[in-house]
Design a protein around this ligand. Structure first.
Ligand code: ZN
Ligand code: MN
Length: 497
């Protein structure tokens, strides 16, 4: 049983002691930049490629090989800085971060120590709270050590040298929800500016968490680092677990159990953490300036050019969708959750002239189909039809060529066959039938043997007619104009029966 309970105010009040514990949370996010080539050589990188095929003398650290900075990586990094409202340094340099591991052939990582290319900036949460960034720096990724082959460890250097940006927040967050929201917002921004895929499953976004707790009114205590967090959900769960673990440790009164500065690994299956290693300090890495890359000045014109290439960012789009299109905050959030989805929505609005219905058909219809395992397309980039087709579907429903429910069937057909809505309607004979003669004959069929309904309607309970709508719609395969069907049913009952 947990000794703690959440309180509405900041922090966690211990049931055992009544002490209010204040969590302090900071995040470090590593994110692979989506460049053509690696950070210091001309190798491509592709997740899942055959091991050690995407390497060269530079990224495998052959003697005499020299790094050359990838301008595209720098451009993307500067663009990210702009999107996060951060300051780009006038002068920056690279440093060697020394440590030994089998996936690091040079014995050091080229990173940035005391002069990162970017400082400041941050992300504003929905509550208005700003999570501030300390810095963002550029560095190279390490290779990958694969430990799951019996007593062997295999090394794949394809990833060695892939450009990363590491962003470090101030310890501004106090709940796991704030951390989750920060990560979601950061990921959206990185994707919007085209800097990264941010695909945690492929390791293109990786997150480490620093957590400490202290009694309200007291100073900060020892922070613990959590690693091995493979999803935002894991980040949230790990933080919650760690807050609880630290409070319990302090409240035990046993100093030998108090949190120490260390790195702990999160195990998602047991939802617990365990010690990985005692936490290193910066001096352990013996940072020194990278002698093969000279310090350099960032040309203000270059920085300005990257800024000018920034797209409208998610928060701005959300606000605009609410004011310009009258959408709810919720719908605006759903539609801006990826840039591709937001672009698709806006094109549909432009072509259909109907923002509300575009929002409706995308937020409900399109996204519901995308999350259906039976549908091949998994994201908006994989849709087998275009915004033009969806706009056509919206028009067919708006002008009553087809009923709304039939529209759903047509949309499904678009997902399955990629055919245009008009073609599907024509092929399946789904056009709404308003022909009186045809409707009347379906209505008369449906009335057979429905004496109770007929009696109710005659007694003034016109709503009872609803029970006949299903059979008529079924007989017409959904193509009957429901409004007309209702009119005809009432007319027949009231005037003929
Ligand atoms: Zn290379
Ligand atoms: Mn790093």
């Amino acid at each position: 049983m947990s000794p703690t309970t959440s309180a509405p105010a900041i922090g966690v009040v211990s049931k055992k002691t009544g002490v209010r514990w204040i969590p302090v949370i900071g995040l470090e996010v590593h994110c692979q930049l989506k460049t053509e080539t690696k950070l210091f050589c001309s190798c491509r990188y592709e997740f899942g490629a055959s091991p050690n095929t995407l390497t060269c003398p530079v990224c495998t650290a052959q003697p005499g090989a020299l790094p050359v900075l990838n301008r595209e990586a720098l451009a993307l990094a500067v663009r990210v800085a702009g999107a996060l409202g951060a300051d780009v340094a006038a002068r920056t340099k690279f440093d060697r971060k020394n440590y030994f591991y089998c996936d690091l052939p040079k014995g050091y990582q080229i990173s940035q120590y005391d002069q990162p290319f970017c400082t400041g900036g941050g992300v504003t949460l929905a509550s208005g709270k700003r999570v501030r960034l300390v810095r963002i720096h550029l560095e190279e990724d390490a290779g990958k050590a694969i430990h799951d082959r019996g007593d062997m460890t295999l090394v794949d250097l394809n990833r060695a040298g892939v450009p990363l940006i590491e962003s470090v927040t101030h310890a501004d967050m106090q709940t796991s929800d704030e951390a989750y929201e920060y990560l979601t917002a950061l990921k959206e921004i990185l994707q919007y500016v085209g800097a990264s895929d941010c695909d945690m499953e492929k390791g293109s976004l990786r997150c480490d968490v620093n957590v400490s707790v202290h009694p309200e009114g007291e100073g900060w205590r020892t922070k613990v680092e959590l690693k091995n967090l493979n999803s935002f959900k894991n980040v949230k769960d790990a933080i919650e677990h760690e807050i609880e673990r630290q409070i319990e440790a302090y409240e035990s009164g046993d100093k030998s159990k108090f949190p120490v500065q260390e790195t702990r690994l999160y195990d998602a299956t047991t939802q617990t953490t365990r010690t990985m290693r005692s936490k290193e300090d910066a001096h352990d890495y013996r940072y020194f300036p990278e002698p093969d890359l000279v310090p350099f000045h960032l040309d203000p014109a270059f920085v300005e050019k990257q800024r000018s290439m920034l797209p409208e960012l998610p928060a701005a789009r959300r606000a605009r969708y609410q004011s310009q299109f009258g959408l709810s905050a919720y719908d605006a959030g759903v539609l801006t959750s990826s840039r591709a989805l937001a672009d698709f929505f806006e094109t549909t609005v432009k072509l259909s002239g109907n923002p509300k219905e575009s929002a409706n058909w995308i937020a409900n219809g399109v996204l519901a189909n995308l999350s259906d395992p039976a549908i091949t397309a998994k994201s908006v980039d994989e849709l087998p039809f275009r915004a033009h087709d969806l706009a056509e579907l919206i028009e067919l429903v708006a002008n009553q060529t087809i009923h709304n429910n039939v529209g759903r069937t047509v949309l499904r057909g678009m997902f399955e066959s990629g055919k245009s809505p008009r073609q599907i309607v024509k092929e399946q004979g789904l056009e709404q039938v308003s022909d009186e003669g045809q409707l009347e004959s379906w209505c008369r069929e449906a009335l057979v043997g429905k004496d109770k309904v007929i009696a109710d309607v005659k007694a003034g309970k016109t709503k009872a007619v609803a029970a006949l709508m299903g059979p008529v719609m079924k007989a017409s395969k959904g193509s009957a104009n429901p409004q007309k069907v209702q009119e005809i049913l009432l007319r027949i009952i009231q005037t003929e029966l």
